[in-house]
Design a protein around this ligand. Structure first.
Ligand SMILES: [Zn+2]
Length: 90
């Protein structure tokens, strides 16, 4: 699917193998840019990685340790509030 962050578009894909990474994000300046998330992730971890890569997309300059901590905290709050992937509600 296409996602838009701060007026720029990325193609969001869930991919079977990202090597050692759980997700990655192409820089906002790249044409045909993508956000890739490891397809095998589930639950709060999948939510965390999605948030993490979206923060990179929106704020490419933002320090990795901030992104890591923000995504983990935001995912925890949203998870506790009951946000779930549609597949995980069944
Ligand atoms: Zn990162």
């Amino acid at each position: 699917m296409q996602v838009r962050m701060l007026g720029k578009r990325w193609r969001l894909r869930f991919v079977p193998n990202l090597g050692a990474n759980r997700g990655d994000c192409d820089p906002p300046t790249r044409p045909a840019k993508e956000i890739r998330v490891a397809a095998g992730l589930r639950g709060e971890e999948r939510l965390e990685v999605l948030i993490h890569e979206l923060v990179h997309a929106a704020g490419w300059h933002i320090d990795e340790s901030f992104v890591e901590r923000f995504a983990a905290d935001a995912a925890r709050v949203l998870w506790r509030l009951g946000y779930r992937d549609a597949k995980e509600r069944r």
